[in-house]
Design a protein around this ligand. Structure first.
Ligand SMILES: NC(=O)c1ccc[n+]([C@@H]2O[C@H](COP(=O)([O-])OP(=O)(O)OC[C@H]3O[C@@H](n4cnc5c(N)ncnc54)[C@H](O)[C@@H]3O)[C@@H](O)[C@H]2O)c1
Length: 381
């Protein structure tokens, strides 16, 4: 099958830049797709990062410390941008202005003002395809829950919980980095880092809260810097949002947790929905297992199903095997490239990447959470 090549430039070659590079490098893992990303440009101010890319990809024609070189290149159709949050507004608006399609990392602007500026540029360029990175909903267990939501299986929803939990910040000697500095990461703290991951499925489901009460905590207030001196660590470590969701026919509480200090947890993403007729729960802690409970009277008993590798896009991996983080990244990239190649309506499977509109709603929620915590009040949205 001839494949349409989508030529990508990567801005920000750190942790996430490499994840995309790796996904592009193993595109042969995916079956029956008529499109493929090709890495033609790379950009980072840290030139030491170039080597991994240039030694693994012989398709790179632009290698630069100035991202404008990628935007001016005819060898690039689309950009993956994975830079610190304080750069999102300038970089994303420039990318869109240059007419390059964009998969931008969350939180899609350091704050709501930055996000509004990005949205205005998107509105001025309707032909540019823009999406926000969010990979966890591509886990098979999450995909199954999305299907249950679409099928309205739950009866009356009792409650919804969604979270993303980390624990490495429990170590007070962990060195401070940009994700723990307000001027670079943003005032949202842990919510800016983890919030989009928890809100993608609820927002896709139409569960925008009407109001919320947030409790934010800064547990480790100082950390060593690169020289070993203790410096203030002012970002929020943990956030709990208690949301009131009302839809046409449902009203229920939704609990959102974004924790950098959840003892023992390593990138644990979960969603749990309980209802009067059906309940479902998936956690990346048990990546192949889906928990469900059907209720029509009688004994109440949760059922555990090992889904294995039943991904949205077919792959060479047999269904009896397990799915992981890098598989979710690959599936998200397949969805973005599918949207670029065929438009949202022509995609091979229906679950598209998080939209700028969803990213904007998540900013409204996080901004309200800051206000709620500050005033110790419920905030209407
Ligand atoms: N989707 C996910 O699961 C996930 C996970 C982690 C981080 N992220 C997001 O990805 C983005 C990047 O995070 P990361 O963990 O990869 O960070 P990182 O620090 O590992 O990488 C960021 C890179 O940007 C580069 N950079 C800084 N200023 C630059 C400039 N002016 N021009 C070009 N490059 C520049 C840095 O040198 C660095 O290599 C953030 O928005 C973050 O929230 C997403």
């Amino acid at each position: 099958m001839t494949k349409k090549e989508i030529r990508f430039g990567i801005i920000g070659l750190g942790l996430m830049g490499r994840e995309f590079g790796s996904a592009a490098a193993r595109w042969c893992h995916l079956l029956d797709l008529d499109f493929a990303p090709v890495i033609t440009g790379i950009c980072d101010t840290n030139e030491a990062l170039f080597d991994w890319y240039t030694s693994n990809f012989d398709t790179i024609t632009v290698k630069t410390t100035d991202y404008h070189d990628l935007l001016n290149s005819d060898d690039i159709d689309a950009i993956y941008c994975a830079v610190p949050h304080n750069l999102h507004q300038q970089f994303y608006t420039d990318i869109i202005k240059a007419g390059k399609h964009l998969l931008g990392e969350k939180p899609f602007g350091i704050d709501i003002a930055a996000n509004n500026a990005i949205q205005q540029e998107i509105d001025r360029h309707p032909d540019v395809v823009v999406a926000c990175s969010s990979e966890f909903p591509f886990f098979p267990g999450a995909q199954r829950i999305i299907k249950y939501i679409e099928e309205a299986r739950f009866g009356q929803i009792i409650d919804v919980s969604c979270g993303l939990l980390h624990s490495s910040d429990l170590d007070p000697n962990k060195k401070i980095n940009w994700k723990r500095m307000i001027n670079i990461n943003g005032e949202y703290g842990c919510m800016g880092d983890l919030g989009m991951h928890t809100l993608h499925i609820p927002l896709r489901s139409g569960w925008m809260p009407e109001s919320l009460r947030a409790m934010l905590s800064n547990i480790v207030t100082q950390r060593p810097n690169a020289q070993g001196d203790m410096v203030p660590c002012e970002t929020w470590d943990n956030a709990t949002l208690c949301c009131d969701v009302r839809t046409v026919d449902q009203q229920f509480p939704m609990y959102i947790k974004t924790y950098r200090i959840a003892p023992g947890e390593t990138n644990t993403w979960y969603i749990r929905i309980t209802g009067t007729e059906f309940c479902a729960e998936f956690s990346s802690k048990y990546p192949k297992t889906l928990k469900t409970m059907r209720y029509n009277g009688g004994e109440q008993s949760w059922n555990m199903t090992d889904l294995g590798y039943s991904s949205a896009y077919s792959t060479i991996t047999g269904g009896i095997f397990e799915f992981g983080f890098s598989d979710a990244m690959l599936q998200m990239w397949a969805a973005f490239c599918d949207q670029l190649a065929h438009g949202r309506d022509g995609m091979k499977q229906p679950f598209y990447c998080a939209t700028p509109e969803e990213a904007h709603l998540h900013h409204r929620i996080l901004t309200a959470a800051l206000e709620s915590n500050k005033k110790k009040q419920v905030i209407s949205l």
